[in-house]
Design a protein around this ligand. Structure first.
Ligand code: PHE
Length: 487
């Protein structure tokens, strides 16, 4: 059977960029920069981008495209014992998408409620998010009820994900024509709104004012590496699956540079929007920037809603903002599902992509219900911490070791150079064989020490055990397959 194909290189790039550019660009990057040395953060960030991010992106694109298979079968082709790396990657992605979809469901709910004037959170944005939207319980020990509006929003999100992936790259290729550029256009509009607000400049100064002494702190380097890893959607088998639908002759290194650099430029740009709004909030409430600046859900669903409510035409900008979050997230979410579906389809070529899509989306929706309960945010926080800090990083190490030492870094690079205009030098082999695995291992171990010393987020151990399970199960699969196939 002939493999499906993207209709053009541009569409493939739209899909890859759409996956990379997600919530992390808005709610993680700007805050990391602010927190870790402002403009000086760009030094470790760009080094991590060029030394770790782009080489790994080249690696994932190259194996997908050369072997014409999704993550599981690609590694299997290299060596039977290695297919667990693909399974681990897919499983990690599957865990992520289950809670990522819940975040998109929050955005959808906020989006719908933005059509009210005045905005329903005008009095108390924090209370609105935690009590009205999430119905949060007092602690992770109290599961609480399922929030019905959120449950419906989650269902709607899963239906949209299903519709996007149901014909594989044929449908994905159409949807990304909207979901990749639209959030960038909305971001540009919000940029103009943001920088013309009182206090904007002050916020931006905080965002970019360089503090070079921060560079002496190892934490900043680790933060840069983990951000690069997450923001480029590496280690989930996504980029492998997407590239497997390219013609074998497509320019691998060109694609990797375009995808990675575009993604980082958008992060940088998003920082201006986020910090101009934070500066505005601080000015209006006569607070210090440090009292307003935050990251994660608190930024997108408390600080921003609050700031939007204070602006003229608030409902209009609220609609734009939440539509942006929604479209930023959805193409990252369905890229994860497409990675899963591709792996299943490689394995069972006779089953239609549509059937696979229905089954995978339905299971994901059902498992996702846990994240729309009163304790949902706590579970989300725990699982996210463990999967992104451990599982993914571990998968990254395995990918490098498998390609660098077993398949042969030089062999893969000579393929890349055969098809690419921009030749990759032998530095790449060094990066894949030594620098990336060592850097990622340091990241992993230092995180492990921190987590052992202080239980993450002060959660009880039974709850943290769920997080550890999300690390240990995929890794057991990696090793289990390696051992079993070796017998
Ligand atoms: N790269 C996305 C972001 O920055 C996150 C993501 C992770 C997307 C994993 C898909 C898979 O938000």
């Amino acid at each position: 059977m002939k493999r499906e194909r993207w209709t053009s290189r541009t569409i493939f790039l739209f899909a890859a960029i759409g996956s990379a550019v997600g919530l992390g660009n808005i709610w993680r990057f700007p805050y990391l920069a602010y927190e870790y040395g402002g403009g000086a953060f760009l030094i470790p960030y760009l080094l991590a981008l060029f030394i770790i991010g782009i080489p790994l992106m080249i690696l994932e694109f190259a194996i997908g495209q050369k072997l014409q298979r999704g993550a599981v079968d690609a590694f299997k082709t290299i060596n039977h014992r290695l297919s667990g790396i693909g399974v681990g990657a897919i499983l990690a992605g599957f865990i992520v998408v289950i809670y990522y979809a819940a975040v998109i469901a929050w955005s959808l709910l906020f989006f719908v409620n933005s059509f009210n004037s005045p905005l329903p959170w005008i009095e108390d944005a924090k209370g609105y998010f935690f009590n009205n939207v999430l119905g949060i319980s007092e602690s992770v020990n109290v599961i609480g009820g399922v929030s019905l509006p959120l449950l419906f929003a989650l269902l709607a999100v899963w239906i949209m994900i299903y519709l996007s992936v149901r014909k594989g790259v044929k449908s994905v290729g159409k949807v990304v024509l909207v979901t990749m550029p639209l959030p960038i256009i909305l971001l540009a509009i919000l940029f103009i709104r943001g920088i013309t607000l009182p206090g904007a400049l002050e916020g931006i100064v905080y965002y970019l004012k360089p503090d070079f002494s921060a560079l002496f702190d190892t934490e900043i380097w680790l933060a840069a590496i983990s951000q690069i890893f997450f923001t480029l959607s590496l280690g989930f088998g996504i980029m492998i699956a997407y590239a497997s639908f390219n013609k074998e002759t497509q320019d691998v290194s060109g694609d990797a540079y375009i995808t990675s650099i575009t993604n980082s430029l958008i992060s940088l740009f998003a920082g201006f929007v986020v910090f101009s709004v934070i500066g505005y909030m601080a000015t209006v409430n006569s607070l210090g920037i440090e009292e307003v600046a935050t990251s994660g859900p608190g930024l997108a669903f408390v600080v921003f809603p609050q700031a939007l409510a204070l602006m003229p035409l608030s409902w209009f900008f609220a609609i734009l903002f939440f539509l942006m979050l929604f479209t930023l997230g959805i193409d990252s979410a369905f890229s994860l599902i497409e990675a899963v579906n591709t792996a299943i389809k490689d394995r069972y070529p006779k089953v239609s992509k549509n059937k696979i899509a229905i089954a995978v989306c339905a299971v994901s929706f059902i498992l996702g219900v846990i994240f729309v309960t009163g304790a949902g945010l706590y579970f989300l926080d725990i699982v996210d911490h463990f999967v992104t800090n451990y599982t993914l990083v571990a998968i990254g190490i395995f990918e490098c070791l498998a390609i660098g030492w077993i398949y042969g870094a030089g062999k893969l690079r000579s393929y890349v150079n055969k098809v690419s205009r921009f030749k990759v030098g032998s530095w790449w082999d060094v990066s894949i064989k030594y620098i990336i695995p060592i850097a990622l291992l340091v990241l992993l171990v230092s995180q492990l020490i921190t987590d052992i010393q202080t239980p993450y987020g002060g959660y009880p151990s039974w709850a943290l055990a769920i997080g550890w399970a999300a690390v240990i199960i995929p890794l057991l699969i990696v090793f289990g397959i390696a051992v079993r196939k070796g017998e």
